[in-house]
Write a protein that binds this ligand. Structure first.
Ligand SMILES: [Zn+2]
Length: 196
């Protein structure tokens, strides 16, 4: 097993849509094992192959002490909505509030190449959607609203400056009050959101 390098957000390889795995063989299983080691070391709750520069539809997760190693994951059913904070190993230091389906059913191949269906809700559903987004070249910051995106960038001064600039560029309506935006964001600020 080996700890792999995790690509970070400017890397164009994070934007590539990954290919389906034709067959779960020893090479794919080795990748899964290295990804698990990398995820646990980081530490994170989930990791997609795209994040370690491999353009194959492989993902791993550890949720509620259960380890998942999967290939060709697909959401076949989803329902409800959850809005909550998440982070990403490829976007270090950022957290953001993202709306996701509350429940999903996923079809995938397990490490033996057998088709499995996994039903998840809450954090498991959030992790499944976050990792499949990675395999499609999508980062969670793409799904955040403009105000939340600015607030995730760190210091209040930087937020205020960028907020004013965004307002000037017309990305945020001029009548949205900065105080209100901050209050809304702080209301549900998490201590330690899941890093996916
Ligand atoms: Zn991520």
């Amino acid at each position: 097993m080996a700890i792999l390098e995790i690509l970070t957000k400017e890397n164009p390889r994070l934007r590539v849509k990954a290919n389906r795995v034709p067959r779960v063989d020893d090479t794919v299983r080795r990748l899964m094992d290295d990804m698990v080691e990398t995820m646990l070391d980081a530490p994170g709750v989930g990791l997609a192959a795209t994040q370690v520069g491999v353009s194959q539809r492989v993902m791993v997760m550890k949720v509620d002490n259960q380890l998942y190693t999967l290939a060709n994951p697909e959401v076949i059913r989803s329902s409800g909505e959850q809005v909550g904070f998440e982070g990403c190993l490829s976007v270090p230091g950022y957290i953001g509030e993202v709306a996701r389906a509350e429940k999903v059913t996923m079809r995938a191949l397990n490490r033996n190449g057998k088709e499995v269906r996994i039903k998840g809700e809450g954090l498991l559903a959030r992790a499944i959607q976050h990792e499949i987004d990675h395999l499609d070249g999508v980062l969670f910051i793409d799904k955040m609203g403009p105000i939340a995106k600015l607030a995730s960038r760190g210091s209040l001064n930087a937020f205020e400056r960028e907020y004013r600039q965004a307002q000037r560029r017309g990305e945020i309506p001029p009548d949205v009050d900065i105080e209100k935006a901050l209050t809304d964001l702080e209301r549900e600020g998490p201590d330690s959101p899941p890093v996916l």
